[in-house]
Design a protein. Structure first.
Lengths: 615, 120
């Protein structure tokens, strides 16, 4: 579940992370239609509540959905199930899974408030690794007028098909907010460009999936936070150089108002006898390597409603200076080589610096308040006027929560473990044997089965894909209620006939991991995760990942009798593919269909006894 | 109400969650568990459901009328704060409890696993 939380510093920015929860539309095809309901009724329901209760329940299902937000769709609507199929098979792209979430921080200087992320100064873009980082590490640039930008990247997965002008016109016509695409370019199959500020990102996100191209295909738009684009970064640098030069030639202190003037009237721009911490002004080393930068948008601070704000009222020159990047280098105060020859700044020196070029003064009467006020703006400071700043006070909830360790099988008991493993061995022995008719004995007369797949179509030979996709019932995508009902296989005959059509397989039992979800007197529900190989020649020995849920009751001849069976097939990841079939698994004897052994009978007996039920 | 409290209310009293092989039973344990999880973003790519066969009465106590059960299966991508993203598979058994006035659906069981749990 996502969380919406707001952190507000005393002095400055508001960081807002926005999740947009929406509800999954109620699956309308869940219950059989009316003419079938009557038939179903007598079989399904022993108590004759008749049609009304089914209708009530269907309505209540809707109520349940409305009352609870079940899944949050913070992703672009364009990232729908077919996104997995839309990708061009490039592994890096697949793993990146563009835009796992969009969180916007329209006002933030988010990185200032996190000590640990301070020194990530890499501003390169176009690096998928970079884009996968949490949005809190997104960087912002400053305009000269001081308004902030949150950069994001927009990707059209198959944008290569589209002409630039046509595409931009189309989007702009649908998009409620005017936008200016930065660095529009084609990359492999995609169109990419950058945009600024959150409202545009939201607007573009909304457009995704709602526009069509000339072949009537839906156009998806992926939006994700991004580092500052290269071209913008260059602009920023050259602006900074100019501004710093300007500052050096000015006696800026004489034009400065108090940094924190809220309680004190603007004082004459003279260095006073108050404590006056000064801050170093660093310039980027443009000739050499990148220097970690964090731009402080003083203009934004100025607009913050919190009383501890700057009050900067000056002419355009100083305003520009203030809005320009103020680079603070804590641990690495270093000599800067530049045209302007700013000399080495180490720590800070009061008074004499102020009279030269220090634009920032505070006028609080006491030292600790001064330090606090500066720290609220510049929380990363380690030294102030050659004094070491005490480390910040951190409360426990700021530490990263850790995920629990992942564990293997959950069986509940040794008996059940044996029961389930034997069942699975038998089941897949027949399933892989080439003739699945033998599975008839495994299913209840009225059993239900459905199949869903998420496979990359580029990866599949058409005849192979066809076998799956004809029967795939992903109701996330499939809206047709008739089809939804049809694809839910009912009765053992229908189920086994359908299973017989799927590609021939070989399952890797050593890859199986079982979670036994429910064990009651009358029923067992467990899931199996694992991999299998498609062994038909046309399928080219592809390895697939599967998850299968079985709901079963105890049986005498097959140990378990399946009443519900749900199979999900997807692409196996590289690790799973490599590891598949590496462990030799002892196979059952192939002389005959395995008969129930003495042990198995005992196991079934135990289950029956435990459940107190005669099947 | 915190999010984890809201989540816990979706579960039956004796519901069980199996989260990557970790078994969590009962509302208190569930509440603690959700509280402890980092914040997350889910993307659901697959959804399927089946009515659990009507003759199987699950979670039924003596005095209550029949309870309908639905199996819900889902899959997609999840990103927990501070962790890389994972493909996940999750299945629920939802149980409807009907009284005279209304029917309430709750989670009776929840089973969640990363597809790459073994290398996590």
């Amino acid at each position: 579940m996502t969380r919406t939380h707001v952190t507000k510093s005393r002095c400055a920015a508001v960081s807002v992370q926005i999740a947009v929860p929406t509800q999954v539309p109620a699956p309308s095809g869940l219950w059989p239609r009316k003419e079938e309901e009557d038939e179903e009724e007598t079989e399904v329901e022993e108590d004759s509540h008749q049609v009304n209760s089914l209708q009530r329940r269907a309505r209540c299902w809707g109520i349940f959905q409305r009352r609870y937000v079940s899944w949050s769709e913070t992703f672009s609507p364009g990232i729908h199930p077919s996104s997995r199929q839309e990708q061009d098979g490039d592994v890096a792209m697949r793993d990146a899974h563009v835009g796992p979430g969009v969180r916007y921080t329209p006002y933030a200087i988010p990185t200032y408030w996190r000590r640990d992320s301070f020194h990530r100064g890499d501003q390169t873009h176009g690096n998928p690794e970079r884009e996968r980082k949490p949005p809190e590490e997104g960087l912002e640039g400053n305009r000269q007028d001081g308004t902030s930008r949150s950069w994001f990247k927009v990707i059209f997965p198959f944008g290569i098909k589209y002409d630039e002008k046509w595409l931009l016109n189309l989007i702009q016509s649908q998009c409620s907010v005017p936008f200016n695409p930065i660095e529009f370019h084609y990359e492999k199959m995609q169109v990419q460009f950058f945009g600024e500020n959150a409202s545009i990102a939201f607007a573009l996100k909304k457009v995704s999936g709602k526009i069509w191209d000339e072949e009537n295909e839906r156009i998806s738009i992926f939006v994700s936070p991004s580092a500052i684009p290269h071209s913008e970064q260059k602009k920023l640098k050259s602006t900074k150089v100019k501004l710093i030069k300007v500052m050096q030639t000015q006696d800026t202190c004489t034009h400065t108002h108090s940094f924190f003037s809220h309680q004190f009237p603007p004082t004459p721009p003279r260095c006073q006898s108050h404590f006056r911490p000064s801050l170093s002004l660093q310039k980027t080393n443009i000739k050499g390597h990148e220097v970690p930068q964090r731009a402080l948008d003083l203009q934004r601070l100025h607009s913050d409603p919190d009383p501890m704000t700057l009050d900067i009222e000056k002419g355009p020159n100083l305003r520009n200076c203030m809005a320009a990047s103020l680079h603070i280098h804590e641990e690495n105060m270093r000599k800067v080589n530049s045209e302007g020859e700013l000399d080495k700044v180490k720590g800070l020196e009061p008074e004499e610096r102020c009279s030269d070029r220090n634009p920032l003064c505070t006028t609080f009467p006491d030292k600790s308040t001064n330090i606090s006020s500066i720290l609220e703006l510049f929380s990363k400071l380690l030294h102030l006027d050659d004094h070491k700043i005490p480390p910040p006070i951190i409360f426990g909830n700021e530490a990263y929560k850790k995920l629990p360790v992942c564990k293997g099988n959950v069986f509940g008991s040794e008996t059940l473990k044996n029961l389930i493993l034997q069942f699975l061995q038998q089941y897949y022995w027949i399933y892989d044997s080439g003739d699945r008719q033998g599975l008839l004995d495994a299913y209840h007369d009225e059993a239900c089965f459905s199949l869903t797949i998420l496979l990359n179509p580029d990866d599949l030979v058409p005849s192979c894909l066809h076998k799956y996709s004809m029967g795939s019932r992903n109701i996330r995508k499939l809206k047709d209620p008739v089809l939804r009902v049809q694809l839910l296989k009912h009765t053992k005959r229908d189920i086994v006939d359908f299973l017989s059509v799927l590609p021939k397989t070989q399952h890797d039992l050593s890859s199986f991991v079982v979670d036994m979800c429910v064990q009651t007197e009358k029923m067992l529900c467990f899931s199996v995760n694992g991999v299998f190989k498609e062994v038909e020649e046309v399928c080219q020995a592809r390895v697939r990942a599967f998850t299968r849920i079985f709901i079963a009751t105890p049986a005498s001849n097959f140990s378990l009798c399946i009443v519900n069976d749900q199979l999900f097939v997807s692409d196996a990841g590289p690790i799973e593919t490599q590891g598949a079939f590496s462990t030799p698994v002892p196979t059952l004897s192939s002389s005959s269909v395995p008969t129930i052994s003495q042990e198995q009978q005992e196991v079934a007996q135990v289950f029956s006894t435990q459940s107190g039920m005669n099947h | 109400m915190t999010m984890s409290m809201a989540l816990t209310r979706l579960y039956l009293d004796k519901a069980t969650l199996i989260w990557n092989g970790n078994v969590v039973t009962g509302l208190d344990a569930l509440a603690n568990f959700f509280e402890m999880l980092p914040s997350s973003e889910f993307q659901v790519n697959m959804l399927d459901c089946q009515p659990v066969h009507g003759k199987i009465r699950v979670f039924q106590e003596q005095a209550t009328p029949s309870q309908t059960t639905v199996l819900v299966v889902t899959s997609g991508i999840v990103k927990f704060d501070g962790n890389k993203q994972h493909y996940f598979n999750q299945n629920f058994l939802l149980s409807a409890h009907s009284t005279l006035n209304n029917t309430v659906w709750k989670i009776a069981s929840d089973c969640f696993r990363f597809q790459d749990w073994a290398s996590s």
